[in-house]
Write a protein that binds this ligand. Structure first.
Ligand code: ATP
Length: 628
């Protein structure tokens, strides 16, 4: 996966350098064209902004020019009415410049918000199309940072960087023209001072940029740690392994790295400001001196007002020059940000509808695997030459040691991943040729790790069928053997689940997810049985819910319990990604192979317990044996 962070991105320096390399801002015409393509839909508003910036820049320079006339015509010329007129004019243009400034920032913000709105939506859309491997290979913190801070950064580029480039450039241009019209010698002297800023600014800019990259990587790292440790399951792991101190140390170290970087970044800008402010006071003095010499020694055609205008204009140039040079840093940073965002946009969508995708006429759940080979990454082959056929209305149980590739096989049916070799067919058609939305609608998976949204039970159920009626919901819950529990809740179907609501056990969650799949009413049902220990009551309830389902539709069962296995028409025994045995229980159990071994180690004990329970030996026994 050509992810910018690469797999496991948040670990160590290699990630940082990769990141730096990947986001090193090579400002190519293509990149600029792409950035500006986001502005294009808003070109009318942009044009208005440019006009506003132009007028407000000219207006804001006018008081400086008027100062010369106030001094020469008003004060030295002792003309009261001219003085008052010029002062009022000066105040009026200042007010005008500020009012136009308000309009400009409104428009700017409006444009920026609309552009980021477009970008965010497009990014969300794009991310949703990414295959599962993208989400397993990329750190959640990275993805969220890109969706949030990077796109926020783009907004600030538009509101601040772009408008500041424009207004500063216009101010400088107008100031230079006016200065040369006043006196070319003084204008040249003033302008010669300016390059003195360039050297320290460039240096500081470079340092600041590299620090920003590092700070961003550190921020990603912190987000990653928070996401991992402050989630429900993360906390559970931390607590059970007593890793609170370790996690705290890890967090503290990342945090410390971040503050150090932030301090260094803050200071990198500070030093060169000292240099610049020193130079900025040298400029006016030099103009007074040269102006004085020109007036007194060379009798030049210069008035006091002219020199004042030149000094004032020079003073007005420092800010824009300073900002424009700073902008170079912001510009590089912005380009890096755009590059980072575009990297995500450019990630190929690995799994998408074929141009000639079809919708099969029937949906019976028939599946075949034909010489299927698959690997998550090139290093390790997970599935090797897997062949099987599941006929409509039949069921198949997949058994095998942990990590043998059972869930992986299932993932290939709704195309969460695509096969490397061979093909998976649904209704006799290669799944890669079937309309993706249709295909996924036909496959209902009750997975081991049940995911319920942090919402009400009703919301979780409606996710499968938006227009389900109350009766349908209740019916599904009843069939899933969970209605009793929900009925007992004060809020019934509107009881919240998750962090802020009803705490459900693994078995209860799985039963709700069975109800959810029932509402989806898929042609093919996949039941990934929980390996985790459920109490026998829970287990029975799930079994009772699932049995009629298996009997009534095409199903695949990833089974860990003998009763589930026995409900299937065929058993596939998978080991190291290969189907090593297949057939009926009676035949396999005596074959002396992997199944016999599994039977002895896993199922026999369960069977014995089941028998004991049937004989009443378990009556009154509190089940707390986690192995069962
Ligand atoms: P279990 O019974 O424990 O659920 P399983 O038979 O379902 O195991 P799979 O989940 O299919 O096993 O995993 C098969 C192998 O593929 C494992 O070795 C696992 O480490 C690897 N694997 C699973 N998911 C990924 C992934 N997203 N990226 C890389 N490797 C993966």
């Amino acid at each position: 996966m050509p992810g910018p962070g690469g797999p496991g991105g948040r670990f160590g320096r290699s990630y940082l350098t990769e990141e730096e390399k990947a986001s090193a801002p090579k400002v190519t015409p293509e990149l600029l064209k792409r950035v500006f393509s986001y502005l294009k839909p808003y070109w009318k508003q942009m044009l208005l902004v440019i006009c506003a910036i132009f007028v407000s820049s000219v207006f804001s320079l006018m008081p400086s020019v008027l100062t010369g006339r106030i001094i020469d015509e008003g004060l030295i010329g002792r003309n009261m009415s001219a003085l008052v007129r010029l002062i009022i004019l000066s105040l009026a243009v200042t007010l005008g410049a500020n009012l136009i400034g308000v309009l400009e920032s409104y428009l700017n913000t409006w444009i920026a918000q609309h552009i980021t709105f477009d970008m965010r939506n497009a990014m969300f859309r794009h991310l949703q199309k990414m295959s599962q491997s993208f989400f397993t290979a990329n750190n959640q913190g990275d993805i969220i940072t890109r969706m949030t801070s990077d796109i926020d950064g783009v907004q600030s580029i538009i509101t601040n960087t772009l408008s500041s480039i424009l207004s500063n450039a216009i101010t400088l241009l107008v100031a230079v023209v006016v200065m040369y019209r006043e006196n070319w010698i003084l204008a040249t002297v003033g302008i010669l001072i300016i390059p003195l800023f360039v050297i320290p600014t460039r240096r500081a800019g470079k340092t600041r940029w590299s620090l920003t990259r590092e700070a961003q990587a550190a921020n990603d790292e912190i987000n990653g740690i928070l996401n991992e440790t402050l989630s429900v399951s993360g906390q559970l792991l931390v607590k059970l392994f007593g890793k609170e101190e370790k996690e705290y140390e890890k967090y503290k170290a990342a945090n410390e790295k971040m503050i150090n970087l932030n301090i260094r970044e803050g200071m990198a800008g500070r030093w060169f400001r000292v240099v610049i402010s020193t130079f900025s006071s040298i400029g006016p003095m030099l103009l007074y001196l040269v102006g004085g010499i020109l007036m007194m020694r060379y009798d030049a055609d210069l008035t006091v007002g002219d020199i004042t205008v030149l000094v004032a204009l020079l003073g007005r140039m420092y800010g824009p020059v300073n900002q424009l040079l700073n902008i170079q840093v912001d510009w590089i940073r912005s380009m890096a940000m755009f590059t980072r965002i575009f990297e995500y946009y450019d990630m190929p969508i690995e799994i998408q509808n074929a141009p000639d995708a079809v919708i099969p006429e029937r949906a019976t759940g028939e599946v075949t695997f034909e010489h299927v080979a698959f690997s998550y990454n090139k290093e390790r082959q997970i599935l090797k030459d897997v062949n099987f056929e599941l006929k409509s209305g039949h069921s198949v149980a997949i058994v095998g040691p942990s990590g043998s590739g059972k869930s992986t096989m299932i993932n290939l049916i709704p195309r969460l991943y695509d096969v490397d070799e061979g093909r998976v067919t649904f209704e006799g058609i290669d799944v890669r040729k079937i309309d993706l939305t249709w295909l996924r609608k036909q496959v209902g998976i009750v997975s081991q790790e049940t995911y319920l949204f942090n919402g009400t039970i009703r919301e979780n159920l409606l996710y499968a069928k938006e227009d389900a009626t109350e009766e349908e919901l209740i019916d599904a819950l009843k069939k899933a053997n969970i209605y009793d529990l929900i009925e007992k809740q004060e809020e019934g179907l509107d009881a919240r689940v998750g962090n802020r609501g009803l705490k459900l056990s693994g078995g209860e969650k799985q039963r709700i997810s069975i109800a959810r799949v029932l509402l989806k009413d898929p042609a093919l049902l996949v039941f990934d049985e929980a390996t985790s220990a459920l109490d026998s009551i829970s287990e029975n309830k799930i079994q009772e819910a699932i049995d009629p389902l298996i009997a009534s539709r095409t199903s695949i069962l990833i089974a860990h319990r003998l009763s589930t296995i026995l409900a299937a028409d065929e058993i596939l025994v998978i080991k190291d990604g290969e189907i090593v045995e297949r057939g009926q229980h009676e035949k396999l159990v005596d074959a002396g192979g992997v199944y016999t071994e599994l039977y002895r180690t896993q199922f026999a004990k369960a069977l014995e317990n089941e028998r004991e329970r049937a004989e009443g030996l378990w009556d009154g026994v509190v089940l707390d044996d986690p192995d069962y």
